[in-house]
Design a protein around this ligand. Structure first.
Ligand code: ZN
Length: 146
């Protein structure tokens, strides 16, 4: 899945710009598509909100992090798990506090998703991605890593 059609929720496997099911134009590279995803994250059914989380995780854009952090506090477990998965995939440090908080929730599913997300953030810090980071390393923080 590369994108999802916000009109009919068909999963798009290619970069085709037209949804094969409903014919809606899906310009997944556009800003308006991203804004639609953020909108759908708040205004669609739980299973669709979860799907939007997964798409945002695949896209990996940092702008999504703040929206995904909100989704971690969704009342639907399926959305919370998907949001944590996406935050792990994007692996942005700013998501760490909300992920750590999710470790303390009553849902085992959410706890596991949070644990996986934290591992992904740790891994991305040890092996920097191809995008060069200008952020200084913090040796104090590294000591707390098990
Ligand atoms: Zn469609």
């Amino acid at each position: 899945m590369l994108a999802v059609c916000i009109n009919c929720w068909h999963e798009l496997e290619s970069e085709s710009e037209r949804c094969p099911r409903c014919g809606a134009i899906v310009d997944s590279e556009s800003h308006s598509y991203e804004r639609l995803l953020f909108w759908a994250l708040k205004n669609s059914q739980p299973e669709h909100r979860a799907e939007v989380c997964r798409v945002l995780g695949l896209r990996g854009h940092k702008e999504a992090v703040v929206h995904l952090i909100e989704a971690v506090n969704d009342h639907a477990t399926v959305v919370r798990v998907a949001a944590l998965g996406a935050l792990g995939a994007i692996a942005d440090e700013s998501a760490r506090p909300v992920i750590e908080k999710a470790l303390g929730t009553e849902s085992l599913e959410v706890q596991n998703a949070a644990r996986r997300a934290l591992k992904q953030i740790e891994a991305s810090r040890k092996q920097p991605s191809s995008i060069p980071s200008t952020e200084p390393r913090t040796p104090e923080a590294a000591h707390h890593v098990r």
